[in-house]
Design a protein around this ligand. Structure first.
Ligand code: FAD
Ligand code: NAD
Length: 468
């Protein structure tokens, strides 16, 4: 029987990063993945394929809606070839998953394909697709089994008309009317993909606003812009029924006033969140506890109630984000190696990759109010930037929330072109506990979208932006 210092179950961004860090720290490492390709949700059916389709459809939308204003004339029809877009997306996925295999080999990490399940606290059975079972011994095990789409009790996901993000990433036709249940990250990103391709898109959201966990101002701005792009929003709507036939789907809901409303579409994307995935792990054989939400329970060291078993990523509490899972992978590897790592969960940024993009880090205004913290606000509109005028991307703003007394930056909320990349500056600043004035006194290259961060900081410091 093979023995390892660490066995990792699941090869998503949590698992494969943990494996690399364990190997870097000199541990004999195994990684177990039930699918043929490595990379988990993120690389196969999540972050990467969704961004590939967002990028392809962004080009298409620019070609039909913006090229002319830039003086680019195209003779003849511009057509979107969905099959080619999906094929390209798959090539991008294949390149990325092959890259993880390369990294496993480079770091001498042993890869096992099959379903990992605990035999006991120090042994893991691996059941291959042909049914053969192999057992390995592991001093430590890291559970990194991620998540699966969740649904509502009355919805049957038939994967044909009623679909999750996984099917939405490989449709064979452009929907005529895509009805999206859930105005969160997946609903908006994939809703925008199909809207750009010409589908009618209706988003039904239970809460009074889209992206409800982010700052209210971002939800308002993004909804305004997406509405202009033709997406229809039905907030404060409670869906109570979804019925599919061969070619269409009917969704019933109660509106804000409690009145029944009906939506008819040819596809219904259910994007109401994801659930931790522990099926088949046989956690009971190792004595590992889960909580009432099905998450593997961990302490501040990400250690389960069984001391040599850890858990990371979507399968535990916290934001379901690839970069959060990665930080936790490194954290656990270093903990097992006897180091004392640290994760600042307040500074895990959140991003929505629509266009305009949305990005945020730290506290929202609602959170600061609730905590009774006095704060000041500096906001700067993207439209006032030379760079935005040059590119034509004038929607959005950067908003900085700073402590009213100390000027320390407490939250940064952005909507606009490339803010997914701009948020890194806010993370660095907040990690070093910068004041708004610190940011405002740093040179930002001109002309860039990043100048909005400096201007918002000037506005927060003492209300003296230069260009608005
Ligand atoms: P996962 O990536 O889910 O990986 C878990 C792996 O474990 C899977 O490969 C699974 O097959 C394997 N596994 C499970 N059980 C077993 C078992 N018993 N034996 C062997 N293997 C097993 N996050 C972002 O930060 N940015 C984004 O842009 C983004 N976009 C997304 C878009 C979509 C459409 C979706 C669905 C998600 C997106 N996410 C994004 C979320 C991100 O994908 C997850 O947060 C991330 O993948 C979690 O990583 P993980 O390692 O915890 O688990
Ligand atoms: P989400 O939590 O982002 O959004 C779910 C939405 O559905 C929420 O707005 C919620 O209020 C709404 N909702 C819940 N029940 C409802 C109901 N009965 N009727 C109508 N609306 C309802 O979840 P998601 O969009 O499914 O994404 C799942 C996870 O994947 C998220 O945790 C997210 O972090 C991750 N993800 C991240 C990215 C990114 O980082 N860009 C992209 C995609 C997915």
């Amino acid at each position: 029987m093979s023995s390892f210092d660490v066995a990792i179950i699941g090869s998503g961004p949590g698992g494969y990063v943990a494996a690399i860090r364990c190997a870097q720290l000199g541990m004999k490492t195994a990684i177990i993945e039930k699918y043929d390709t490595l990379g988990g949700t993120c690389l196969n059916v999540g972050c990467i394929p969704s961004k590939a389709l967002l990028d392809s459809t962004h080009h298409y939308h620019d070609a039909i809606a913006h090229f002319e204003e830039h003086g680019i004339e195209i003779s003849g029809d511009i057509k979107a070839n969905l099959k080619k877009m999906i094929d390209r997306k798959q090539q991008v996925v294949d390149q990325n998953t092959a890259g993880i295999k390369f990294l496993m080999d480079k770091n001498k990490i042993e890869v096992f394909h099959g379903i990992g399940s605990f035999k006991d606290a120090t042994h893991v059975n691996i059941t291959a697709s042909d049914g053969t079972i192999q057992t390995i011994e592991a001093k430590n095990t890291i559970i990194a089994t991620g998540s699966k789409p969740s649904s509502l009790p009355f919805i049957k996901i038939d994967k044909k008309r009623v679909i999750t993000s996984t099917e939405a990433l490989r449709l064979t036709e452009i929907p005529k009317h895509l009805v999206v249940i859930g105005g969160g990250v997946i609903g908006l990103e994939l809703g925008q993909v199909y809207r750009r391709l010409g589908a009618e898109v209706s988003v039904i959201e239970y809460m009074d606003r889209i992206i409800p966990t982010m700052d209210r101002s971002l939800a308002k701005e993004l909804q305004k812009v997406l509405k202009k792009q033709g997406i229809k929003f039905y907030t404060s709507h409670k869906v109570n029924g979804v019925t599919a036939s061969a070619n269409d789907v009917t969704i019933t809901a109660d509106n804000k006033k409690g009145e029944p409303v009906e939506f008819k579409g040819d596809y219904c994307l259910v994007s109401v969140g994801r659930r931790p995935y522990t099926d088949g792990l046989a956690l009971d054989k190792a004595g590992v506890n889960v909580n009432e939400r099905g998450q593997v329970e961990v302490n501040e060291h990400l250690q389960t109630n069984v001391s040599n078993i850890y858990a990371i990523g979507d399968v535990i509490k916290g934001a379901m984000l690839a970069h959060k899972a990665e930080e936790e992978g490194v954290f656990v590897a270093e903990t097992i190696a006897g180091q004392k790592p640290h994760i600042n969960y307040n500074l895990i940024p959140g991003v929505v990759y629509t266009w305009p993009e949305v990005a945020a880090v730290g506290k929202t205004e609602d959170e600061l109010k609730e905590a009774g913290i006095e704060y000041k606000t500096g906001q700067f509109p993207m439209r006032a930037l030379g760079r935005s005028r040059a590119s034509g991307d004038i929607d959005g703003f950067v908003k900085i929330l700073a402590d009213a007394k100390t000027d320390e930056v407490l939250g940064v909320h952005m909507c606009g072109a490339r803010v997914a990349d701009l948020i890194a500056e806010a993370v660095v600043a907040m990690e070093f506990r910068a004041s708004a004035e610190d940011i405002s006194r740093m040179s930002h290259a001109h002309p860039t979208y990043a100048e909005a961060v400096k201007e918002a900081a000037l506005a927060a410091t003492d209300n003296r932006p230069l260009h608005s």
